[in-house]
Design a protein around this ligand. Structure first.
Ligand SMILES: [Cu+2]
Length: 328
């Protein structure tokens, strides 16, 4: 009798030990420290049209530097060391990452002169953590801080027809239209449960590299043409660097847009095609607040155009260059 009971206890202990890592490995609390700051932003730091030098910057080159507001990531609660960010992210705030099952904790500090917030798409939150809707985190005054807690539940992750990771926008939502135009925009990328490389590295196992692109027209001068900055990640006429990849690598492009009724964009890559929900294409349609992802395996090495295919937008500088090197 006693032997049986001992056996039973051993079995329970044994099963628990075996299952423990399986039950606990996925869930993580991922913390971010993000400040809103006033910055001086240059839409074309080279001062040149890097796509077609002979065309110049047109009316859009009249003024290139404006005061913008940005989300800047920091490494810890002291808000002293900025989080390193790849060049290709341009004006975007830090890219938050999570795996389904995780919790995101975002410590927000408003270093600007106006009330702001951080409102996420996709993740699960209550009213006080929505960064909008009159909740406690809906309007953070200058100099104040607030911690948002968001649950990355199954409904925040890839659906049955999605790739292994998907993209969501976040932005300020006190006066949403003004604040997104000021530059207070970032993205969240959520990887499906069991699809991440490891808890420390939420990049999906089936992907080598991920890029994000925001297609958006910033309105700097109340609709004056010279102030309508047709940007990719806040830059015009090829003034974005760092979209560098290799022939044969598995690349995922997360594409987002924001703005107004003229922010209807057709994202186009030269030289390669992408797979978008099972559809093969080299042009993807975006409308304001679109969020979508497309997979590419670059097949043609070279320095290629990445641009909006709407004629007016292309003429106004909505283009960048990206590089495909021969296999490593
Ligand atoms: Cu466009």
């Amino acid at each position: 009798m006693i032997g049986n009971r001992v056996k039973k206890i051993f079995t329970i202990v044994w099963v628990t030990l075996i299952l423990w890592p399986v039950l606990t490995v996925q869930a993580a609390v991922r913390e971010y420290w993000i400040a809103a700051e006033q910055v001086s932003w240059n839409y074309a730091p080279s001062g040149k049209n890097l796509i077609a030098a002979e065309d110049g910057l047109g009316v859009w080159g009249k003024t290139l530097v404006y005061t913008k507001y940005r989300y800047i990531g920091y490494t810890d609660k002291s808000f002293t060391t900025p989080m390193p960010q790849p060049e290709w992210m341009g004006i975007l705030g830090p890219q938050l990452r999570a795996v389904v099952g995780d919790t995101l904790k975002v410590h927000f500090l408003n270093k600007t002169d106006r009330p702001l917030s951080l409102h996420p798409h996709g993740v699960k939150y209550d009213k006080n953590n929505s960064g909008a809707d009159g909740g406690a985190g809906g309007s953070i005054l200058p100099g104040e801080s607030y911690t948002y807690t968001w649950t990355v539940d199954e409904q925040a992750g890839p659906g049955p027809n999605d790739p292994s990771s998907i993209v969501w926008l976040y932005h300020s939502h006190v006066m949403s239209e003004e604040e997104t135009n000021l530059g207070l925009i970032g993205t969240i990328v959520v990887t499906g449960a069991g699809k991440a490389r490891s808890q420390a590295d939420p990049l999906p196992q089936d992907i080598d590299q991920e890029f994000t692109a925001l297609y958006m027209i910033f309105n700097e001068e109340n609709g004056e043409e010279s102030g309508m900055k047709h940007t990719i990640n806040g830059t015009i006429f090829g003034n974005l660097s760092g979209y560098n990849t290799y022939e044969g690598s598995r690349v995922r492009w997360h594409l987002v847009a924001l703005g107004n009724e003229n922010d209807n964009h057709t994202v186009h890559w030269h030289g390669q095609t992408v797979l978008h929900f099972g559809r093969r294409t080299d042009v993807i349609e975006l409308m304001p607040a679109s969020m979508t992802s497309a997979d590419m395996i670059p097949r043609s090495p070279g320095n290629w155009l990445f641009h909006c295919h709407v004629n007016d937008h292309m003429m106004a500088g909505m283009s960048a260059r990206w590089q495909v090197d021969t296999k490593k």
